[in-house]
Design a protein around this ligand. Structure first.
Ligand code: HPA
Ligand code: ZN
Length: 324
């Protein structure tokens, strides 16, 4: 199974570029920017990656991205991710970035987007990895800040294809940002949102009905509602599932208790993704392999999951057909 997964072509659809920040690179960039990290060394930092819920992770994730200041920092971060997935036979990736995590620290929007995008273009030209770049709104901030950030994103339509919603889910339902997402869709952005990771099925309904999402990020808790599950299946709406993230953030108690088989049996278009691999202990191959072993997936199941990934990209149909 391991060789099978390693050799299998894969598409990644749920990946926060700031969540690919490996401790070694974080210390290197901190040093060159003259920033002191509140950890003695790489080991001390890795030891802090012990989370009981989403917020525990987010606190440390925002602290980590704090060392990113210059365009080259964003380039180096993204290039490290691209070379990693190249070694794992990932042919296409649609990645998120969190502009407000940078602009709130007075790093200009364009510094982040230009550095990330330049590395993605190099990945396409040198390694043949196609990509999409999606900006995410931090849902713990207010709707006015989100709208102002979206307006900045519109200045980079040559680089950004869509809008997503991430950060602290509980207490920040999708409806808080309805106007922002309606505006984004009207301007031609594709729409995704984290929903049903920690939040209730109601948040998934809101993502569908109010934000008009094209994919749901996570979506685990949709399974608690049969009518919702049926609807997502009927609409052929993809779920970007993140097994190791679910484990590390205690969305599932144990990988063996992961609902991926229930999702497939319910006819849901589930895909496998790594979310924040530097923090959750594995990139695409590790997510596929550990999940497959934990719930005893067949090779046919694994192929279905990988194919769902390629079918659910935001590539134009002609390009999608080439990958399929
Ligand atoms: N959920 C919500 N916000 C996030 C995540 C996640 O899994 N990763 C980075 N920001
Ligand atoms: Zn995520």
């Amino acid at each position: 199974m391991q060789t099978f997964i390693e050799n299998m072509p894969k598409a990644e659809l749920h990946l926060h570029i700031e969540g690919t920040f490996e401790p070694e690179l974080m210390f290197e960039i901190a040093q060159r920017n003259g920033i002191e990290l509140p950890f003695a060394d790489v080991e001390a930092l890795r030891k802090a990656y012990d989370f009981r819920r989403l917020q525990d992770f987010l606190d440390i994730y925002y602290q980590g991205m704090n060392v990113l200041r210059e365009e080259q920092d964003y380039y180096d971060l993204t290039w490290a991710y691209i070379t990693k997935i190249h070694s794992e036979n990932v042919l296409h990736t649609e990645i998120f970035f969190d502009p407000q995590g940078h602009t709130a620290r007075d790093v200009p929007f364009e510094t982040a987007v230009n550095g990330i995008h330049r590395a993605l273009v190099d990945g396409k030209e040198k390694l043949g990895i196609s990509f999409g770049l999606i900006m995410c709104i931090l849902r713990h901030l207010d709707a006015d800040d989100a709208m102002a950030t979206l307006e900045q994103g519109f200045l980079h339509k040559d680089k950004i294809i869509g809008l997503g919603l991430d950060s602290s889910e509980l207490g920040h339902p999708p409806e808080k940002f309805t106007d922002v997402f309606v505006r984004a869709k009207a301007e031609g952005f594709v729409i995704v949102a984290h929903a049903g990771e920690e939040g209730p099925p109601e948040y998934v309904y809101q993502a569908l009905d109010l934000l008009k999402v094209d994919r749901i990020d996570h979506g685990n808790r949709a399974l608690e509602d049969d009518a919702l599950t049926q609807r997502i299946a009927d609409e052929g709406m993809a779920l970007t599932v993140c097994p190791l993230s679910n484990l590390k953030l205690c969305v599932v108690e144990d990988l063996a208790a992961h609902p991926i088989k229930e999702m497939l049996h319910a006819g849901l278009k589930a895909t496998i993704n790594s979310d924040d691999p530097a923090y959750f202990g594995g990139y695409m191959n590790a997510n596929f392999l550990q999940l497959a072993e934990a719930v005893d997936l067949s090779k046919a199941d694994v192929i279905t999951l990988a194919r769902n990934g390629f079918e659910s990209t935001f590539l134009p149909d002609a390009d999608k057909q080439v990958l399929l």
